[in-house]
Design a protein around this ligand. Structure first.
Ligand code: PEP
Length: 248
């Protein structure tokens, strides 16, 4: 059985006071049926980590370096994240792929480094609108997964995030998302060390309180990676409630 997971990706937003307040509000509810995870920026990680200690809310990095340590200005190592209490790290987010040159190979190396350092990678995959319109969704996602599966062991999470749905307010329909999630599960069962039926596959892309129920009702959607809506505690908590109610 797969336990629901809802992760908030706060990206490069807010002040320390903003994120402390947001974290405290999210921690006021105790969650058992769903794993809740927060991914603050590295600059805010320590403050958030302190508030999370003693709760069962998980902490994740938004990215990590493919290298161990050394002269890599601006980078964050997997060890640094683990030191601050992270259990997970997002790799291959489309913003990293699009703006920071993270190609399939680098994403795979980051996922591998995370696992070596005992962090669970959340591997993001997804197609652009142009790729979807030209019928290449499956091909693109399998290419992205294949690169990672060649390098990692069995503990990971996949996040399907169609690039055209991220931050646009235009979510995939539940049926569109389900079709891709089902393919990802089958492909992962056949080509990775993961047991397909245990693998958690999150959907991300304009998830809001008013579409979370229909997305989370789909059999292969095990939770969400939430951007914009995770910056508002009320919206994020409503999405968490949907996951707790509908998944498992
Ligand atoms: C994201 O960036 O991972 C994301 C899903 O963003 P949003 O929810 O804002 O579309």
């Amino acid at each position: 059985m797969r336990k629901a997971l809802v992760a908030g990706n706060w990206k490069m937003n807010g002040t320390i006071n903003d994120v402390k307040e947001l974290t405290s509000k999210i921690c006021q509810t105790e969650w058992n049926d769903v794993d809740i995870m927060l991914a603050p920026s590295f600059a805010h990680m320590h403050s958030v980590s302190e508030i999370l200690s003693g709760t069962n809310v998980l902490l994740a990095g938004q990215d990590c370096s493919e290298f161990d340590q050394g002269a890599f200005t601006g980078e964050t190592s997997a060890d640094m994240l683990a030191d601050l209490g992270c259990t997970h790290v997002i790799v291959g987010h489309s913003e990293r792929r699009q703006f920071f040159g993270d190609d399939d190979l680098r994403v795979a190396r980051k996922a591998r480094k995370a696992q070596i350092k005992r962090l669970c990678p959340i591997v993001c995959v997804g197609e652009t609108l142009e790729e979807r319109d030209s019928g290449k969704t499956t091909e693109v996602i399998e290419r992205q997964l294949c690169a990672v599966f060649e390098m990692i062991e069995n503990k990971f999470v996949i996040a399907y995030e169609p690039v055209w749905a991220i931050g646009t307010g235009k979510s995939a329909t539940p049926e569109m998302a389900q079709e891709v999630h089902e393919n990802i599960r089958q492909y992962s069962a056949a080509h990775s060390h993961a047991n397909g039926s245990d693998l958690r596959i999150l959907y991300g892309g304009s998830v809001k309180p008013d579409n979370a129920d229909e997305l989370f009702s789909m059999p292969d959607i095990d939770g969400g990676l939430i951007g914009g809506a995770s910056l508002d505690s009320e919206s994020f908590l409503k999405i968490c409630c949907s996951a707790a109610k509908l998944i498992n």
